[in-house]
Design a binder for this molecule. Structure first.
Ligand code: PMP
Length: 423
C-alpha cells in the first residue's frame, strides 16, 4: 500500500492548527480519544442540517432518508471489521458494549429473550476468565456478573515484559470456563495480544470469547470473523469518529442466541401488557433511540481510515512507536512498561519517570504544547502488578509525525533536571 503522508493529512484535522500554551499542539493522547478529520465533523453536521429525522419509524421522506443513511453506516462500519451489517449492534461505546454482553449473559439464566440462551447460562462455580491487563471497562462488568451469578472470576497473569503468560492461560482455561474476555491491545502496554491462541483455548472448552478491540480498531487491519472471536467491542471516538457511538460485533449464531440487555421501544415485534416478542439481532440489542448522527459520522471516519489503508496506518504507527521506544530507552531514569523485545505493537508507550510524579511530567509537557495522558489509565490492577500507581502515556494516531515524537522526547529530556530528580 502507499505510505501514509502524515504531514499532508494533518490539514484534514482542524484542531491540529490550534496553539496550546503558545506552542504548536503535539497531540500524543489518541489512546484516550482521537482527533476528528473535517470529513467526520461535516458528516454529522450535514445529517443534522439536511436529513435529521427518526429512523425506522416515520412514513415521511426524511425518515426514509435518515433510515437509509443510518443503515448504510452500519454496513460501512461492519465492513471495516470484516463483518456483515446484521452482525453490528450500535452502542454508545465500548463500555456500553461490554456491559451489554455481561448483562445479556446474566439474563441467559433468568430472561425470556432468546430460545437458545441456556448455552450462556452461568452457574455457581462456573468461571469467567479475564487478563491482568484489562481496562476497568473489561473487568468490572465481569466482577459484577460473577457476583450476580456465583461464577468465579479468574485472571491470566502478565509477565514482567508485558506479554500474557500463555502457559498460565492454558492451565487456567478449563472445563468450568464459560467466558474468556480479553483485550486485543492493552491501553497501557500497547502490545498486540495473541488472539488466535486465546480463542483456541476458549473454543476447546466451549467458552464464549469477548474481545476488547478499542485500542486495535483505530490502528491495524481488523477482521473480527477471521480472528474467530464470538463478540467484540470498539469505541467510535478512539477511531477518528464522534463520541457517543461504538460497535458490538457478534458471530451470527451467538447474537441470535443472546437475550437482550436493555428492553423497550424499537426492539420488539409484538407486545401485550404481559409479554413481548423480540426482534432478531441487531435490533434486539438496540432498545430506544440510537446515536444516529454519530453512527453516520463514524461511517465517515472509517471511510477516511479505509482511504488511507489500514496496512499503511499500521506501518506508519509502527515507525512512530519504534522512534518513541528508542528515544525513551535512551533517556536516563525512564522505565518503559511492556518493553517485550520483538512484540507486535501499536503506537503507544506508558512509562515511569524516576523521581518525578506522572502528573508533574504531564504538566511539564503541557506547558510545552505536548498532550499526553497521566494516571492509571483505568487499569489499576495492571499498575499495581508493576508496583506503580501512575504512569505517563504517549499514544499516536495517523496524524502524528516523526517531528511530534522528537518534540516530545526533547521536552521530556528536561523533566528530571527541572524537578531536581536527575542527581
Ligand atoms: N477498553 C480499552 C482498552 C480502552 O482503552 C477504553 C478507553 N480508554 C475502553 C475500553 C473504554 O472505552 P469507552 O470509554 O469509549 O467506553
Amino acid at each position: 500500500p502507499a505510505a501514509l503522508d502524515a504531514e499532508a493529512l494533518r490539514a484534514d484535522f482542524p484542531i491540529l492548527g490550534e496553539r496550546v500554551n503558545g506552542e504548536r499542539l503535539v497531540y500524543l493522547d489518541s489512546g484516550a480519544t482521537s482527533q476528528k478529520p473535517q470529513a467526520v465533523i461535516d458528516a454529522e453536521v450535514a445529517f443534522l442540517t439536511r436529513a435529521n429525522s427518526a429512523v425506522h419509524r416515520g412514513a415521511h421522506t426524511l425518515a426514509a432518508e435518515a433510515t437509509e443513511l443510518f443503515e448504510d453506516a452500519r454496513t460501512t462500519v461492519a465492513g471495516f471489521v470484516g463483518a456483515r451489517p446484521e452482525q453490528l449492534v450500535w452502542t454508545s461505546g465500548a463500555t456500553a458494549g461490554i456491559n451489554l454482553v455481561a448483562y445479556a449473559i446474566g439474563n441467559a439464566s433468568v430472561g425470556r429473550g432468546a430460545p437458545a440462551s441456556a448455552r450462556f447460562a452461568l452457574r455457581p462455580g462456573d468461571e469467567i476468565v479475564v487478563t491482568e491487563t484489562e481496562h476497568h471497562a473489561n473487568l468490572i462488568p465481569w466482577q459484577e456478573l460473577a457476583a450476580r451469578t456465583g461464577a468465579v472470576l479468574r485472571h491470566i497473569p502478565v509477565r514482567d515484559d508485558g506479554t500474557l503468560d500463555l502457559e498460565a492461560a492454558t492451565a487456567l482455561i478449563g472445563e468450568r470456563t464459560r467466558v474468556v474476555a480479553f483485550t486485543h491491545v492493552s491501553n497501557v502496554l500497547g502490545i498486540v495480544n495473541p488472539v488466535s491462541e486465546l480463542v483456541a483455548l476458549a473454543q476447546a472448552v466451549g467458552a464464549v470469547t469477548v474481545l476488547d478491540a478499542c485500542q486495535s480498531a483505530p490502528h491495524l487491519p481488523l477482521d473480527l470473523p477471521a480472528l474467530g472471536v464470538d463478540l467484540a467491542v470498539f469505541s467510535g471516538h478512539k477511531m477518528l469518529g464522534p463520541y457517543g457511538v461504538g460497535g458490538l460485533y457478534g458471530r451470527a449464531d451467538v447474537l441470535e442466541a443472546l437475550p437482550p440487555f436493555l428492553t423497550g421501544g424499537s426492539m420488539i415485534t409484538t407486545v401485550t401488557l404481559d409479554e413481548a416478542q423480540y426482534l432478531a439481532p441487531p435490533q434486539r440489542f438496540e432498545a430506544g433511540t440510537q446515536p444516529v448522527s454519530q453512527a453516520i459520522a463514524l461511517a465517515a471516519a472509517v471511510r477516511y481510515l479505509d482511504g488511507l489503508g489500514m496496512e499503511a496506518v499500521h506501518a506508519h504507527e509502527k515507525a512512530l512507536e519504534a522512534r518513541l521506544g528508542e528515544g525513551l530507552r535512551a533517556l536516563p531514569g525512564i522505565r518503559l512498561l511492556g518493553d517485550a523485545p520483538g512484540a507486535d505493537r501499536v503506537g503507544l508507550w506508558a512509562f515511569d519517570v524516576d523521581g518525578v510524579h506522572a502528573h508533574d511530567v504531564g504538566q511539564f509537557l503541557d506547558a510545552r504544547g505536548v498532550a499526553v495522558r497521566v494516571g492509571h489509565h483505568c487499569a489499576q490492577p495492571l499498575h499495581r502488578r508493576f508496583g506503580l500507581t501512575a504512569t505517563v502515556r504517549a499514544s499516536t494516531s495517523v496524524y502524528n509525525t516523526a517531528d511530534d515524537v522528537d518534540v516530545f522526547l526533547d521536552a521530556l529530556s528536561g523533566v528530571r533536571s527541572f524537578f531536581g530528580a536527575s542527581a
